[in-house]
Design a protein around this ligand. Structure first.
Ligand SMILES: [Zn+2]
Length: 202
């Protein structure tokens, strides 16, 4: 793997690598949009590279991010980076995640608002197998609070829901983090459609 190199004191990544990353982000971003896991220019994705990670730019469309921004685990963060870079940085620091997908899936967000529990237990077969516990955490978007609670939760589970906001999923590859995001939304849809969430609250 090509590592980032320093140019005039700033981290950059080589053009070829950048092109490849943009193409990978675009293809996963298109899947996220096709499945309505995200809309508009919300959400973000990143891939670990060397002692940092490449993340989608702030305000970009995930199916057409146009560029990627390299963020070191320590040090200055370029202002073009997604506003949720803090969460990504803490996750890469505390876990061995190689990629992260953050989206706003409607059923997962709704379920987190309806429930008082600190986690969901999927009842569908895939959920039981691949994400038997889905932690629900708190923290305002873009804050260090959110970064701390999400990264703590992902030390023990591959995906979590920030209440009223969205999911953060990790994986060995971007595709695996995406598949998990899809799986979590499916599990939450089943929990909602079967009325299981309401019964948890009562
Ligand atoms: Zn978000």
């Amino acid at each position: 793997m090509e590592l980032p190199h320093r140019k005039k004191g700033r981290h950059t990544i080589k053009q070829k690598r950048k092109k490849h990353l943009i193409s990978e982000f675009s293809s996963i971003g298109q899947r996220l949009m096709n499945e309505h896991l995200i809309g508009g220019n919300f959400g973000n994705m990143s891939i670990r590279i060397g002692k940092g990670f490449c993340i989608t730019p702030t305000g970009s469309f995930l199916n057409d991010p146009k560029s990627v921004v390299y963020v070191p685990l320590h040090g200055d963060v370029p202002k073009q980076a997604s506003s949720e870079y803090r969460v990504h940085r803490d996750i890469y620091t505390k876990t061995d995640a190689q990629a992260i997908v953050h989206v706003h899936p409607p059923y997962a967000v709704s379920a987190s608002l309806l429930s008082n529990s600190k986690s969901f237990t999927p009842i569908d077969s895939e959920g039981k197998m691949f994400a038997p516990t889905i932690p629900i955490v708190t923290g305002e978007p873009g804050t260090q609070d959110l970064a701390a609670s999400v990264s703590d939760a992902l030390m023990h589970a591959p995906s979590c829901i920030a209440a009223g906001h969205g999911t953060f999923s990790i994986g060995e590859t971007l595709e695996k983090a995406y598949l998990l995001s899809s799986l979590i939304e499916h599990s939450c849809t089943v929990l909602m459609l079967t009325g299981t969430i309401q019964s948890h609250k009562a």
